[in-house]
Design a protein around this ligand. Structure first.
Ligand code: ADP
Ligand code: MG
Length: 699
């Protein structure tokens, strides 16, 4: 393995703050920095200066093109490359890049999902530079992170609402912090660290699986003799080929300024994880998108395929993406860190209770924010949190909350100022983090949302989380703003107690994988939105639309567009899965099955010809079993084909999603059972595709 000088190469392809400071005139640098934190507009002359400096830097680093890089509602990233060249009359070219080109792009928006937002006659959309996320060079192109909107100003992407939600949270957090005495706080940032799980399999095997190619997951395949029951993979020794892949991956990510930090084997065979150091939410989201892309690219070089689907293989764990989340002030205080002073403890409790209230009140939105066809296979399957949202706070914090509830937290000190410093023990990170069954867990100085699937853009859950917490903080502020200073402590105490009373049903420290918990949760009135068709319609609830409108995250039309797109995406995904499965069974698997039955039958007949007394009982058994399987497969295949045609006829997306969930997925399960039971007794040389054993254990 080639070793590099990490501090030197780290961020070498990033137009970072340091590069800007070095290269931009002082006043221009100041303006840009300010614009990056406050989101203000750049004047044309400033933009021109920045663009010229950026272009020179990019060209020095081998770039010939630039692109406005954006995140349409597909959840993927999009890019269109333009070169810097500007031909001169004498036949030569110069490299040009204007401020206007930096700030605004006008891609044709008509082929991106808009959920009805963009009228078809208005195909144009525009991209707008997001100076808070640094530009970088990849494959000879300067990538400029941008937001993507329609000409009417509606958000057609995931970045715009994320930035809006960070603003909303900052606004509300600053108001309440100023009220609580933190006068020097002018801004807060949300911080995110997204732990990314993935599978690596041999590329040649991958290319032989139509299901992996078309849908990202295996639709067929009998279990291998071994799965994850030996518990020998998690944190196990990295195999040399995998280790070499991870080494390359780190180097590529570091060059792009992505702070990849931890790498290890995960629970399932061939499953791994990469965790970065946390960053500002918006940069963390961009970097996670880049991470997923680079993971695939580096895999290709190593003759691997990197699978980011939530459930590539039945019978072993799927992949998630834990979203670690906190809030930090411009003065450097992590608001979810209990801290050492009474002031910091008060902030902590206020933000903790606001988060608890937010997650309880908007549990439906939290669930909806992670709903995808792929993730439905994980949630509630005893490998990932259940579909019911609850919060784990750990024993020590539970004690603190109990004392708030009982009103003993504050009285026992007998002091005039709040005695929180005395009652709030130092929360040990290690004692809080070990309940892996909780969807939303307090882990010492941050919350970890464990429901997102591995391929999700974490913009979605963070938009909901930021907005919901902003809302609770704004309610807190309303209740405290007119309280005289000498009564503020009592009022805060009262508010925390009341909030806890109202929302304690969401707190649960036990095992989230048990059936008893699901029953208990239902008794507590918590929502159990099992699948996407249950979760997505909650976006349209009045209280949820009102939340987004109040904080200027989404207009009603923007919410409706997301509702449409999520449902449509779900329906299309399962439609493609159904067609792929039908093709694999009809064209490929059946051919292998028939060939094997034929060969066994011929062998048996030959034996009988030679020795009429022979029993050929083994051959008979195989033929009969496979003949039965053939019937099951044929019936199930026809049913799936007919039902899929019915699904195509349903024009209402919500109704279609129910049909896909209830009928098509069930049909697919039936078909799979038949095929897999046959696969288990057919020799590999008759099978049209590699088996689970080969895919999961060949590296
Ligand atoms: P574990 O999940 O094993 O407890 P860590 O606590 O070290 O691991 O962190 C997991 C992830 O949480 C990392 O990506 C880390 O950068 C991120 N993280 C740590 N602190 C914060 C924070 N204040 N805000 C957001 N993410 C954080
Ligand atoms: Mg973790």
């Amino acid at each position: 393995m080639e070793s590099i000088n990490v501090p030197e190469t780290y961020g070498s392809l990033v137009f970072s703050d340091t590069v800007m400071k070095e290269r931009l005139p002082k006043d221009v640098y100041k303006t840009v920095s300010k614009c990056a934190t406050t989101g203000t507009h750049l004047e044309a002359d400033v933009a021109n200066t920045v663009a010229a400096v950026m272009k020179n830097w990019a060209v020095e680093h081998g770039a010939t093109h630039y692109t406005h890089w954006f995140q349409p509602m597909t959840g993927l990233t999009a890019e269109k490359h333009d070169s810097f060249i500007d031909p001169c009359p004498n036949g030569t070219v110069i490299m040009e890049f204007s401020g206007k080109e930096l700030i605004k792009g006008e891609p044709d928006a008509s082929s991106f999902p808009s959920g009805g937002l963009r009228a078809t006659f208005e195909a144009r959309g525009y991209t707008a530079w997001d100076p808070s996320s640094p530009a970088f060079i990849k494959d000879g192109t300067l990538y400029i992170p941008t937001a993507f909107c329609s000409y009417g100003g509606e958000a057609l992407d995931k970045k715009t609402p994320l930035l809006r939600s960070m603003d909303a949270l900052s606004k509300q957090a600053v108001k309440i912090l100023n009220l609580l005495g933190a006068k020097d706080v002018t801004h807060v940032d949300t911080t995110v660290g997204a732990e990314q799980e993935y599978f690596l399999i041999d590329k040649d095997l991958y290319l032989k699986r139509k299901d992996l190619l078309m849908t990202g997951r295996t639709l067929l395949g009998a279990a291998a003799p071994k799965g994850q029951e030996m518990e020998d993979h998690y944190f196990g020794v990295l195999k040399p080929k995998v280790s070499s892949y991870m080494h390359d991956l780190d180097q590529e990510l570091w060059k792009l300024g992505v702070p990849a930090k931890t790498k290890h084997n995960e629970v399932a065979p061939s499953q791994h994880e990469l965790a970065p150091v946390f960053e500002t939410a918006n940069v963390a989201v961009d970097h996670n998108q880049l991470t997923m892309e680079i993971m695939k690219k580096v895999a290709d070089k190593h003759n691997f395929a990197c699978l980011l689907h939530e459930k590539p293989f039945e019978g072993v764990n799927g992949s998630g993406k834990h979203n670690n989340w906190s809030i930090v002030t411009n003065t450097g205080i992590n608001l979810l860190d209990p801290g050492k002073t009474p002031d910091q403890n008060t902030y902590f409790l206020v933000f903790l209770l606001a988060t608890i209230a937010a997650v309880d009140e908007y549990q439906d939105l939290m669930r909806a924010s992670v709903a995808t066809a792929g993730n439905d296979h994980r949630l509630g399957a005893n490998e990932a949190p259940p579909a019911v949202i609850s919060i784990f706070v750990g024993d020590e914090l539970a004690k603190v909350l109990k004392s708030i509830e009982n009103g003993t937290a504050f009285k026992s000190t007998g002091k005039t100022e709040m005695g929180l410093a005395n009652v709030l023990p130092h929360i040990l990170q290690d004692t809080t983090d070990r309940n892996r069954t909780s969807p939303f867990a307090f882990t010492g100085n941050k919350f970890e949302f464990r429901m997102p699937g591995s391929s999700l853009s974490v913009a979605d859950p963070n938009i909901v989380l930021n907005t919901a917490v902003a809302e609770e903080l704004s309610k807190f502020y309303e209740q405290l703003k007119d309280v005289p200073a000498d009564q503020l402590d009592d009022a805060i105490t009262e508010l925390l107690k009341k909030t806890l009373d109202d929302h304690k049903r969401i707190l649960f420290n036990g095992n989230g994988y048990t059936d008893e918990w699901i029953e208990e949760a239902e008794k507590r009135g918590l929502e159990n939105l099992k699948a996407l068709p249950d979760a997505i319609p909650t976006l349209l609830k009045d209280k949820n639309v009102a939340l987004f409108e109040k904080h200027a995250i989404f207009t009603k039309a923007e919410v409706e567009s997301r509702y449409e797109i999520f449902l449509e995406n779900y329906n299309k995904t399962i439609h493609i899965e159904s067609l792929t499965m039908q093709e694999m069974v009809r064209k490929d698997f059946t051919a292998g099955l028939i060939a094997y039955i034929k060969d066994v039958t011929c062998e048996a007949l030959k034996k009988k010809q030679l020795f009429p007394d022979l029993k050929v009982s083994y051959e008979e058994k195989i033929i009969k079993t496979l003949d039965e399987a053939e019937d099951v497969i044929n019936t199930a295949l026809e049913k799936l084909a007919e039902d899929t045609k019915k699904a195509e006829e349903i024009s209402d997306e919500a109704e279609a999603s129910r049909f896909y969930h209830e009928t098509i997925l069930t049909d697919m399960e039936e078909l799979r059972k038949g095929v897999d039971s046959a696969e288990a007794i057919i020799p590999e040389n008759y099978l049209p595709y590699p088996t689970y054993g080969e895919m999961l254990f060949s590296l």
